[in-house]
Design a protein around this ligand. Structure first.
Ligand SMILES: O=C(O)CCC(=O)C(=O)O
Length: 207
């Protein structure tokens, strides 16, 4: 099958959610289980994962997961008072960024990778609304490993959405999603195996 035909098949399998102030699309099996497992194993062993420390309400705490920030050299990123300088592209991650750009029709030049050892590791409510990402960022979130629940809630209207992000799934958050909605990856104590998530983003180059 050609790359174009593969990407058309993936598009056909997309689920779109009709929600106020957001454009959310889920491809439950964007990568085959085999390819997703190979990429998960490779990135888990080959990247320099760090458990970052951030300041919350004046206290320094370790975040409940490990991370790598990666991308083009200009893509530095400020999160909870810490400025992250991007690691250079891992070839497989750069390849995924190009593939995703083809499918989504938008460029991606940086990515936050999160490694959750098990269901105790998590990420709290937040939006990817840092000024570097622009007014209506397009975020492409690829999941590898343990299936986890992913929650979204509208900041003003109270709408909620719960999704399951499976091994090899792709979630696209676009439109005004980051302005009006928050999302989180809650703790799930019964999950015993690791999960890796890559959120591809775009930061406008200077000049
Ligand atoms: O692991 C996930 O699915 C959530 C990641 C996330 O919310 C983020 O990178 O901003």
């Amino acid at each position: 099958m050609t790359r174009k035909a593969q990407s058309d098949n993936r598009k056909a399998e997309a689920q779109q959610f009709l929600l106020p102030d957001a454009a959310i699309t889920l491809w439950p099996a964007w990568l085959s289980a085999g390819r997703a497992a190979i990429i998960q194993a490779q990135l888990t062993t080959e990247l320099s994962w760090r458990q970052e420390q951030i300041r919350i309400y004046g206290k320094t705490v370790s975040i409940p997961r490990r991370q790598v920030w990666m991308g083009d050299p200009h893509c530095s990123y400020k999160y909870s008072g810490v400025r992250f300088i991007p690691a250079s592209w891992h070839p497989e991650v750069r390849h995924l960024a190009t593939e995703l750009s083809d499918v989504v029709g938008r460029p991606f030049n940086c990515v936050l990778l999160n490694l959750y050892a098990n269901g105790q590791d998590h990420m709290g409510w937040h939006a990817d609304n840092e000024p570097e990402l622009g007014r209506a960022p397009v975020i492409a979130s690829l999941s590898l490993g343990a299936a986890r629940r992913f929650d979204l809630q509208h900041r003003q209207r109270g709408h909620q959405l719960q999704l399951q992000l499976d091994h090899g799934s792709l979630l696209l958050m676009a439109g005004d999603c980051q302005q009006y909605w928050q999302h989180r990856l809650p703790k799930q104590s019964r999950v015993a195996t690791p999960r890796l998530n890559l959120t591809f983003r775009y930061i406008t180059p200077p000049g």
